[in-house]
Design a binder for this molecule. Structure first.
Ligand SMILES: O=c1ccn([C@@H]2O[C@H](COP(=O)(O)OP(=O)(O)O[C@H]3O[C@H](CO)[C@@H](O)[C@H](O)[C@H]3O)[C@@H](O)[C@H]2O)c(=O)[nH]1
Length: 540
């Protein structure tokens, strides 16, 4: 399937494979009154948010979905392309009109005015709050940003919801405007609203093997700045429930994977890195590649590396650039840390179930995925994506040897050439072990997380996508779109993506030029270039 066909296919079919049909009821004069729910979803241009938006907009045409997203580095309007008018695309491709039960606002959740105005204007009765800084690695270096986005951001959302949900319909009287509702009436009316806060299993802290899975009433013990901000926001959510009767629900999910996740997280990062392997210039033989293990903590070369191997600085830099450009999986620490993965549509399903059947005041774990340690995961991906199995290598060598012998017997040089070519090719194929590079661990790396999701299973949710299927779908998606969805992602692929990017880049401007294929900027992305909603400069 060529890329235009793939795009057309995706416009007509959402991730669930259903046709995109615009069946929403007609708007009334206030724009939203005909809808039975008016949902504000923050972070809707992000990975999980956009999967949930697709689900809600297409499955519930009777609901209105308003997305607020600041379009940070890890989100993309491409995630919302079935909903946005796109002049270039519609000129080129037949496509159904964008659904009318959807609206996008480019805005920041820490901006009280934007949030409050949007909630009032669209008479929001349900908030699903996903917008957050989510990358643990980044939180060690930019923790204040995390507090602003995740704690202040959640507080702004709660306060806006409190006001919007509790405000009475204003009634006229002879003396002016009066609020006739009693406090009890207000509380009762509030009951039909929802504020769903999407948190993480990381708030429980690490759960070593042998310890029981965390139930929802386990104490919170976050161990990195990111999870601390999520736990802090949860406290504020609980406080608004107790103090103001805000009808809140909290969810705590496992690690999530699937198409369109920004490649700073291990799953898409390793996939993109290995996809780059096929085009990276592997300019060394097997023995030289093993020197990549000379890349040390932070990806910096060990001081003794040059002397020990008698290489020039430029040779060393070139090796390091080759490694950063692609073809390797950087393992933090020993790689024994494990994570449990859930496919993104299963998480969207879980949030759907919680929205409709979840009980106010409750916390729900979203879990029961596939657990794997980081090293085993890297090896699995390498075998699926790039490794030439030893047996195949041997067979190729045997075939080449046969050709040579045959050529020699017949006095032809062709067999000799083929043999040399094959040997050259096989030398370039790194083994699985050579593709794995151990780097310094995170400042603190939770060994594993484990949640008990019985409460959610009892609501009727169960995951549908098994790991085998999910991993293949994900690899296929990154093969088709990974290089163009966000623009330049080369920094995301560094061993510690944000913290040390300055260090990598300052060493040699060539680091980025060593990227194996030209990675277009966001503006060059066909969908973004076409969208009138693309911001001139993303807010931070
Ligand atoms: O190049 C890399 C990148 C990551 N890792 C390791 O891979 C594991 C997973 O890391 P990552 O993909 O960044 O996810 P987590 O730190 O587990 O956090 C994710 O999963 C949480 C749910 O558990 C969510 O709350 C977070 O937002 C989300 O980033 C960790 O042990 C990392 O140290 C590596 O070894 N090498």
């Amino acid at each position: 399937m060529n890329s235009q066909d793939a795009l057309l296919n995706e416009i007509h079919n959402d991730l669930y494979g259903r046709s995109v049909i615009n069946t929403c009821p007609g708007n009334t004069s206030d724009g939203t009154a005909a809808y039975t729910k008016r949902i504000l979803l923050t972070g809707g241009a992000g990975f999980i948010g956009s999967a949930l938006v697709r689900k809600l907009v297409f499955n519930y045409p009777q609901y209105f979905v308003l997305v607020i997203d600041k379009l940070d580095y890890c989100s993309s309007l491409n995630n919302l392309h079935p909903f946005l008018p796109s002049p270039t695309l519609s000129a080129q491709l037949p496509r159904p009109p964008p659904p009318t039960n959807f609206k996008f606002i480019h805005g920041d959740i820490t901006d009280c005015e934007t949030v409050q105005t949007a909630m009032t204007a669209y008479q929001i009765d349900t908030v699903i709050h996903l917008a957050a800084q989510t990358h643990v690695d980044k939180s060690f270096g930019e923790s204040i940003e995390f507090t602003k986005n995740n704690v202040l951001g959640a507080h702004v959302m709660l306060e806006a919801a409190r006001k919007a949900f509790s405000e009475s319909p204003v009634l006229g009287s002879e003396n002016g405007v009066v609020d006739t509702e009693t406090k009890a009436d207000k509380i009762k009316r509030m009951e039909s609203k929802r504020f769903i806060y999407v948190s993480t299993d990381e708030v429980y802290g690490e759960v070593p093997f042998g310890q029981p899975d965390c139930k929802e009433d386990a104490p919170l013990a976050p161990s990195n700045p990111y999870s601390a901000t999520k736990a802090a926001a949860e406290c504020m959510v609980q406080a608004y429930h107790k103090s103001f009767h805000l009808p809140v629900i909290i969810t705590r999910s496992n690690n999530v994977y699937g198409p369109s996740q920004y490649p700073e997280k291990i799953f898409p990062k390793f996939i993109m890195s290995l996809l780059n392997a096929s085009t990276a210039t592997i300019n060394s033989n097997t023995a030289a590649m093993s020197h990549l293990n000379g890349i040390d903590t932070h990806g910096k070369l060990r001081a003794d590396f040059s002397a020990a191997n008698g290489k020039s600085k430029s040779q060393i830099r070139s090796q390091r650039r080759t490694s950063l450009a692609g073809g390797h999986c950087f393992i933090h620490g020993s790689g024994e840390h494990s994570r449990t993965y859930l496919y993104v549509t299963d998480v969207a399903d879980a949030l759907d179930v919680i929205l409709h059947r979840g009980e106010v005041g409750q916390v729900y774990n979203i879990g029961a995925g596939h657990e794997i340690n980081n090293l085993a995961f890297a090896k699995d991906l390498i075998h699926r994506m790039v490794a030439v199995p030893e047996q195949q290598q041997q067979e190729e060598e045997d075939d080449a040897e046969e050709l040579r012998a045959d050529g020699d017997r017949r006095g032809l040089s062709i067999g000799q050439h083929r043999h040399q070519e094959t040997v050259r090719h096989l030398k370039k194929c790194m083994t699985c072990a050579e593709r794995i590079v151990f780097v310094e661990d995170r400042a603190f790396n939770d060994r594993r997380y484990a949640v008990d999701a019985t409460k959610l299973l009892n609501l009727g949710w169960s995951p549908k996508v098994d790991f085998e299927d999910g991993i293949q779908k994900t690899i296929d998606w990154y093969r088709d779109y990974g290089r163009s969805w966000w623009g330049d992602i080369h920094r995301a692929l560094y061993p510690h993506s944000v913290r040390l990017s300055a260090e990598y880049d300052s060493d040699s401007a060539a680091t980025s030029t060593a990227a194996p294929s030209p990675l277009p900027s966001q503006a060059a992305s066909p969908l973004l270039a076409a969208s009138p909603l693309r911001p001139s400069s993303p807010k931070t």
